[in-house]
Write a protein that binds this ligand. Sequence first.
Ligand SMILES: [Zn+2]
Ligand SMILES: [Zn+2]
Length: 330
Amino acid sequence: MQAAVVERPQPAAQHPLQLKSVATPALQPNQVLLKVRACGVCRTDLHIVEGDLPTLKPNVIPGHQIVGDVVDGATAQLALGARVGVSWIGGIDGTCPYCRRGQENLCDSPTFTGYTVDGGYAEYALARRDFVFPLPASLDDIHAAPLLCAGIIGFRSLRVAGIEPGERVGLFGFGASAHLAIAVLHSWKCEVYVSTRGQRHREFAAELGAQWVGTEHDRPPVELDRAVTFAPSGDVVIAALSSLRKGGIVAINAIHLDRMPQFDYDRLLWGERQIRSVANMTRADAHDFLRIAGEIGMRPKVTTFPLARANDALAAVKSDAVNGSAVIVI
Ligand SMILES: [Zn+2]
Ligand SMILES: [Zn+2]
């Protein structure tokens, strides 16, 4: 099969992905083999191919927002030809203290799709049978793909931030995750305040119904109940924190931050404000979010790339040149 492989992590501009012919993976017990239809591009893919995250599997095939058809390993519950999604969490041990507590997103021995095992920048991919998700029938392949990480983890961020219906919520950064989260927030009747770099992202947020839109240097005109940060920047976390009311919560949706600056505890954190990080996702997050996405008719904005241009897709995500989500069509 054709696959995009990371032979050596390097900057996106230097084309870290090699398009190669590799062996189609062999089915193992409790797995399904998927014929990949589309695979979303996530900022985490960039951290993997550029080496911000350590290499855990040499020559890995990235990609963890996979839409594919079951072509082998079908069961009575999961039929041959069923269209399913695969996300970042590709498996857990089920036995560690976190799994036993029902916090499978914090599992001590997780499998990460497209990082510790091969992912979906390829014609075929393996997935654990209990870690594939049914997809809303209303969404075609390219529009379903971005829901699988950007969407699910964005949704988890809203949960971690403790958002209640009708609250004032800040989104700091407006990329793939935020543009899906805003649709969920509107369905909860929240007012959404967006602070982001880039004129195009601000116009996009306004188009999607943000109450207020500003640059990364502007502060929302009201105190926020909750905030979610999407940029890999500690300065953005501080900007979000300084916009909160007492008792407010900022959830950081980033697997990697450049650094965390010093900040004034008395002014910014005291008053029971909280900073929380968002780590991975649970299967319940996936099922709940995909159900809501189907109910509200969520339709992500996507830009597609053929597999042969996977490096261009990564470079576009890196330079924020994509409004919405980049998706590789196989
Ligand atoms: Zn575990
Ligand atoms: Zn992701």
